[in-house]
Ligand binder design. Structure first.
Ligand code: HEM
Ligand SMILES: *[C@@H]1O[C@H](CO)[C@@H](O)[C@H](O)[C@H]1NC(C)=O
Ligand SMILES: *[C@@H]1O[C@H](CO)[C@@H](O)[C@H](O)[C@H]1NC(C)=O
Ligand SMILES: *[C@@H]1O[C@H](CO)[C@@H](O)[C@H](O)[C@H]1NC(C)=O
Ligand SMILES: *[C@@H]1O[C@H](CO)[C@@H](O)[C@H](O)[C@H]1NC(C)=O
Length: 330
């Protein structure tokens, strides 16, 4: 006979192993909707293609939406939820997201079509993951298979964005730490930063570098003077105008290529966090290697996106399939 103490020990061990397995296994799979909503991925792709055709910046918006979803409470669509009152602001109304995040209407359009076709089946979190993949592919990156089966969360808190999303002022040490909190290596952090090869930024995200960097009354010395001068033209001193934007990568701002890394080597990284990648020997080596191999970077980026898509997901019976991506089910 096993003593009751021993039995308790065995049970606790079993329970811990079970919890551990639940924690590491994401239960996501490629082709999750093959029986329940066969055309789910095709429908999302069609909506994304149309949106990009209308505005090529849409691709950047959707990739960033997926990133901001996954880094805050995991990939469970919390970034899509609207605030329910001014005192209970949702993630999307944080300064880190508003007014810069875009693409919400594209997700809504896909959701509307999916609800018409297969009501209550496809989660908003999965729509985001598919849309980000299609955006990378259709903007000149590559196609990759998306693991699906995420379910939607019911909570979205503005204050959780500040401690989870990296600000553009971060140095390599802090970038590495924040990404490692989400399970990424430093190399993967450099790989994912390459998303900044497409899209726009508001001037307010980097003007600190143009005029009075760290109170020196001069521009950031790590910024190429010519590039700084052209940025000053687009972003006047002291302007807090939120309509002012510049392309994140000036030469091919709509194409997912490695010009982002080439720009960093030329001291033309837009944010401190971009240019910082050249200040550390290991990250600088990654920047150089990505700048030299477009196909290598695209493969690594796709793999890192698949990994990102598995952060703290809700699966099985947890969470819900929202009927409207902006509100939790009642
Ligand atoms: C490494 C740390 C990162 C920092 C500090 C950062 C910060 C920022 C900031 C400040 C903006 C501009 C927002 C604005 O003012 O309009 C931006 C834009 C963008 N970010 Fe990041 N980001 C990081 C990583 C990532 C990752 C991992 C991805 C995706 C995989 C990503 C995708 C994008 C895209 C596509 C845009 C352009 C969005 C648009 O045009 O609408 N970023 N990022
Ligand atoms: C990139 O796309 C935007 C939005 O459609 C457009 O305004 C811009 O002219 C494009 N830039 C280039 C260099 O193609
Ligand atoms: C965010 O706000 C909620 C509710 O106001 C609070 O319970 C929570 O502790 C806060 N979280 C952080 C990270 O500040
Ligand atoms: C990095 O993080 C530390 C600790 O949070 C903070 O004190 C420091 O100002 C940060 N540095 C940068 C450049 O973001
Ligand atoms: C530059 O920044 C420093 C420190 O923040 C401040 O004391 C100084 O007044 C600023 N200079 C100008 C010209 O705004």
């Amino acid at each position: 006979m096993m003593s009751s103490k021993k039995l308790t020990q065995v049970c606790v061990t079993f329970w811990v192993v079970l919890l551990f397995c639940q924690g590491v296994q994401s239960h996501l799979e490629v082709g999750f909707y093959r029986n329940s909503c066969r055309r789910a991925e095709t429908i999302v792709r069609g909506v994304v293609r149309k949106a990009i055709h209308r505005d090529r910046g849409a691709a950047a918006g959707l990739i960033r939406l997926h990133f901001h979803d996954c880094f805050v409470r995991g990939c469970e669509g919390s970034v899509l939820l609207d605030s329910t009152s001014s005192s209970k602001k949702a993630e999307k109304d944080s300064r880190a997201n508003n007014p810069s995040l875009r693409g919400f209407e594209i997700i809504d359009a896909a959701k509307t079509r999916l609800e018409a076709k297969c009501r209550g089946v496809v989660s908003c979190a999965d729509i985001l993951a598919f849309a980000a993949r299609d955006s990378f592919d259709l903007s000149g990156g590559i196609y990759y298979d998306v693991l699906a089966g995420r379910r939607d969360g019911r909570v979205s808190l503005e204050n959780e964005t500040y401690s989870n999303l990296p600000p553009p002022t971060f140095n390599v040490y802090n970038l590495t730490r924040r990404f490692s909190e989400k399970g990424f290596t430093q190399e993967e952090m450099v790989t994912l930063s390459g998303a900044h090869t497409i899209g726009n930024s508001h001037c307010t995200s980097f003007t600190d570098r143009l005029y009075n960097f760290s109170g020196t009354n001069s521009p950031d010395p790590s910024l190429d003077p010519k590039y700084a001068a052209s940025l000053r033209k687009s972003c006047p001193k002291g302007s807090k105008d939120l309509n002012l934007e510049v392309p994140m990568e000036a030469r091919t701002p709509n194409i997912s290529d490695v010009n982002y890394y080439k720009d960093i080597l030329a001291h033309r990284g837009l944010f401190s966090s971009d240019q910082a990648l050249l200040t550390n020997p290991a990250t600088a080596r990654e920047v150089k290697s990505n700048a030299m191999s477009s196909s290598g970077w695209k493969k690594k980026f796709a793999a890192a996106m698949v990994k990102m898509g598995q952060i703290e997901v809700l699966t099985g019976k947890t969470g819900e399939i929202r009927a409207n991506c902006r509100v939790v089910n009642s």
